[in-house]
Design a protein around this ligand. Structure first.
Ligand SMILES: [Zn+2]
Length: 208
């Protein structure tokens, strides 16, 4: 059964974005993209059975009048109308990247059943999923850049990519562990080294 059948997506009417022809062209294909990204999100985290994944029956997309690019809360993805209108390059590519990140938030575990994972790691995992889907935007840091492993977003995503190269499927396994709780020791359990050591190895590999 296709994921789109399991997970019906309801695209809300964009409430704020003006109805100029340009914007309508931007919004209309979103329903299809969302379906694609939903299935991709599941595939990336390898949560193939209902028992493995978050109990999500529906994901809704809203286009809001807000300054933020996007956020996800209660299985709702909210995207800023200003952001969409301000895209100057390939709209579909740009939007897909944002969607991968937000879809990762829908599906990922955060350890909150026990010790909640740091928000920076949560954002790093979401950006890692965007990276692996080949939607890393050009303004992101390069591999090896950044000050701390838990700086969040692109810095953490690049570091997780390094870790994932050390052990194929590392991020998926880390996410699975985070269903129950979070501990930095998960890095030791999966990769045999403390996360701070891994960060130093990572920096050394890229000459930073
Ligand atoms: Zn995020």
């Amino acid at each position: 059964m296709p994921w789109s059948t399991l997970l019906p997506i309801r695209l809300q009417q964009p409430p704020v974005v003006s109805d100029s022809a340009t914007n309508l062209e931007t919004i209309t294909p979103l329903r299809q993209w969302i379906r694609q990204q939903t299935s991709s999100g599941l595939t990336l985290f390898q949560q193939y059975t209902e028992a493995d994944r978050q109990d999500v029956a529906r994901v809704s997309l809203f286009v809001d009048d807000m300054k933020d690019i996007a956020y996800t809360s209660n299985n709702e993805i909210h995207v800023g109308g200003d952001y969409i209108q301000g895209i100057t390059g390939d709209i579909k590519w740009d939007f897909n990247g944002v969607l991968y990140h937000e879809m990762a938030h829908i599906w990922q575990w955060d350890g909150s059943a026990g010790t909640k994972a740091p928000g920076e790691l949560i954002e790093g995992i979401a950006d890692f999923m965007r990276l692996k889907a080949d939607y890393a935007p050009p303004h992101w840091v390069k591999p090896g850049e950044g000050e701390r492993w838990d700086e969040g977003y692109d810095v953490t995503a690049r570091f997780l990519d390094y870790c994932n190269d050390l052990r194929d499927g590392f991020v998926v396994e880390l996410n699975k562990k985070m269903r129950v709780t979070y501990s930095d020791n998960f890095f030791v359990e999966l990769l045999g080294k403390p996360v701070d050591q891994l960060w130093m190895d990572y920096k050394a590999k890229f000459g930073n």
